[in-house]
Design a protein around this ligand. Sequence first.
Ligand code: NAD
Length: 302
Amino acid sequence: MTGTQQIRTGIIGLGAMGIGMAQTLAAKGFAVAAFDLTDTALTRAAEAGATPKQSVADVFAAADIIVLSLPAAHHVEAVIADAVNAGHLAHCAESRIVIDTSTSEAEISRKLAATLEGNGHGFVDAPVSGGPSGAAAGTLAMMLGGADAHVSRAMPVLEALGQKIIHVGPSGAGNVAKLVNNMLVASHMVTTLEAIRLAEASGVSAEDALRVINSATGRSAISEIHYPTWVLPRSFDSGFSTGLMRKDVRLALEMAKAKGCALPLANLVADLWSEDRSGLSNTDDFKMMGDPQADRFKGENE
Ligand code: NAD
């Protein structure tokens, strides 16, 4: 057995991101116990080389390092509560590490980390960037919050999932860094859309405008990757939903409010992302926001 194969991993939440992570860990030789609420996801997990389980408790029973990939903080709390109730995070239970890759909330991560640590277990907030393709390729960027000892123990699994791993600070620091990053992503969708609209209205095509922007100082991941890959070909299938983008902007603004930090532009961006202003539902792909041909925000200055 190699060192990798001795680590028993689990994944809870097998959506756009979790399924790719399950596939990556299985392909790299880890034992992977997997659970999701839907049967379709469990079938896909088996196809990806993981072992489907019937409950959160079953995953914790089969794994030492458990990765969560859930929509929001309250799902994370619910999953941890299930594991606690089943006795897998008790003081006398074998020590486990939870790696929470969900885009979650710093306060909740700190609370869960304190609870687990009190019983000899570890909780690392490890939100990710890189989308479903990065999860499936093991090339995610990961931003970590947690104690050094827990991060060290989680490292073989983190290194299998990610290419750029940054230990930002203590518990919750990963969540803060992720929300700050995604606030920029949400803003760049709007500013890049406006730049392209202006270029097209003035006789320069979106393709030509992007060629220049991406060779100059206005570029971002949105102009370099998202527009060429999902917006200009009009496939709008990045795998990241508008609902998740709205959640991130909302959480960033809540954090700003709690800290008394004025963010006038982020408030406007949140408004533009709202269902009323954007016309997008929570299940639409978030790249739809960058569609220069849509009527979105047209005529705002008229
Ligand atoms: P998703 O909605 O596709 O998947 C979430 C999965 O969690 C679903 O399959 C759902 O059934 C499952 N789930 C919910 N509650 C559960 C429970 N109690 N037990 C087991 N499974 C449960 O979401 P996603 O796009 O995979 O994103 C997951 C997380 O990663 C989110 O927090 C998101 O903000 C973040 N994220 C997503 C992307 C992306 O590009 N999709 C990129 C970076 C970060």
